[in-house]
Design a protein around this ligand. Sequence first.
Ligand SMILES: Nc1ncnc2c1ncn2[C@@H]1O[C@H](COP(=O)(O)OP(=O)(O)OP(=O)(O)O)[C@@H](O)[C@H]1O
Ligand SMILES: [Mg+2]
Length: 621
Amino acid sequence: MSVCHTVVSEISGDTISYQASSPDEGALVRGAALIGYQFCSRRPDRMTIKAFDEEIEYKILNLMEFDSVRKRMSLLVRTREGKLKLYVKGADNVIFERLSRNTDQQVINSCQEQLKTYSNKGLRTLCFAMKDIEPEFYQKWNKKFIEASLAIEQREQKLAAVAEEIETELRIIGVSAIEDKLQEYVPETIRSLMKAGIRMWMLTGDKRETAINIAHSSSLTSTSTKLLMLDSRTYDETLVKLKSFVETSRFYLEHGVEFALVVGGETLHDAFVGEAKQLFSELCMSCRAVICCRMTPIQKAEIVEMIKSLGDHIVLAIGDGANDVAMIQAANVGVGITGEEGLRAAASSDYSIAQFHFLRRLLLVHGTWNLDRSSKVMLYSFYKNITLYLIELWFAFFSAFSGQVLFERWTIASFNLIFTAWPPIILGLFDQPLSDKILVKHPFLYQEFQRTAFSASNFAYWILLAIWHSLLLFNFSYLFVGKEILWKNGRIGGWIILGNATYTYTVATVCLKSLLECDTWNVVQVFCSLGSIVAWFIFLIIYSMCYEWGWGFGVDMAGSTMMLTSIPFWLGLITIPIWILLFDFIVKGVQTSFFPSARERMVLAHRPTKYNAFCKECGWL
Ligand SMILES: Nc1ncnc2c1ncn2[C@@H]1O[C@H](COP(=O)(O)OP(=O)(O)OP(=O)(O)O)[C@@H](O)[C@H]1O
Ligand SMILES: [Mg+2]
């Protein structure tokens, strides 16, 4: 424990502190120090340990580093007496495969017994083994090792192959167990996410018993969950097992029995082939949870790819170690946890969080808000553009397809750029359909928002609404300022007055519509919507003066400010947007009162009790 590792020590005064890239190694070295074998220092070629009061120095000859595929590491040292010793530590299955054939069966049995006891308690286990190396063998082997270390191509594979040659005929020297404490609120988070309709899979490099235990303690499975163990070694065996499990799962589903699937890394490649793949995916999709143990990083990524290929699934992968990087990158959404295992996972993820339980807020609150906001922004953007441009179409019918456009060209260009730019931006940034506390408290809302935020019918509704609004806007505008006498002196308007008035009513309707669509009003939202309408008036006044000031452009708009002195124009501004939006308001009111969705019921149930918000469904301030 105090020799075979890659921990680095820092000595300050009498105390030695350890820096370890793997928390397990740090724990083992500290554990060894507690029982009298203190690791003191490491230089590139030698290390010192203090066994009780005696200092022992080892010359470090070769280090075969740990990786998640080899699931072991080894260190070859020369002792003071000149003997060559290889120390190996790693996962139980890899160490047992490499033990000497002469190993006493009783020792193996007692180790396995001990490992079982530990892993049933959810502890992470490791096996330790060693071997004496003959100098002649070492000479030959070391040449190959140096060659592999200097290789430019496939260095890792070559080093692993050389290591494989020496890591044989081992003598077991013991097993260890480390408690891998769950972070805070892991069970609560998993329960919430499952209630939100998210399927949870646990992919771990750990052994089966430990994985099952951790699944229990993290609420992924409960005591009543039936476990289907898929641990066969051959394809035929896997196929037979899968067929019977599919039958069992159908029975469980019919009788409402909760069940989970446990798959080992060795079985996984068989489950991904031919007929087995079909059965495996059916089984996985019907389980409460899937636990995959003894996974290599590549297998984790393969599973993510498989789920993505099974249909319309969005996969989120969350992990904290370097062995989770491939999986995080393969997933649609990758989340890395920064912590004891370094920053590799966080660096390759889309979102990085410090604690697992932040995932609950990330998904249930920010996920829900973002989905709702993005859908609204998108639908609203389609709506406002269709509304404006269809008016041109109605005008084309009206002007017998003369080619004349209703709006002045700069005002058309400024519609998206200035006068209706801010309402959707603010809607997308600040709208809060429900407060974060409610969303965390009622995880089912996550699914409800997914169902209602965006759908083909919703999209069609907005398009039809835009067509309807554009028709109303054009016809009402024509009614108010098209032919009527607009001024006291008996003058009527004309094309440019009709165009500017229709544009004004459109900007007002579209900006007020954004207020009607957002679930919460705040100062910025109100300011931007009303401010956009005011901005149009300021633009109109300045632009209509440009020609007069001799700037050489804006001839079409010259003198348009006279529109502002017409009473019918102002009458139209007060009534047209309100008439148009009143219809929307009534539709919404009827729908919310008589056919409320779960989301609307929640909004009504949690409406603010103070004079601090606007609840559009019940229409009170
Ligand atoms: N530093 C190490 N030296 C030797 N063996 C190790 C070391 N760290 C882990 N192992 C063994 O290798 C196995 C695989 O490790 P890996 O890091 O891929 O997954 P894990 O840490 O067990 O699980 P997870 O996927 O949840 O991180 C471990 O279960 C353990 O038995
Ligand atoms: Mg790990």
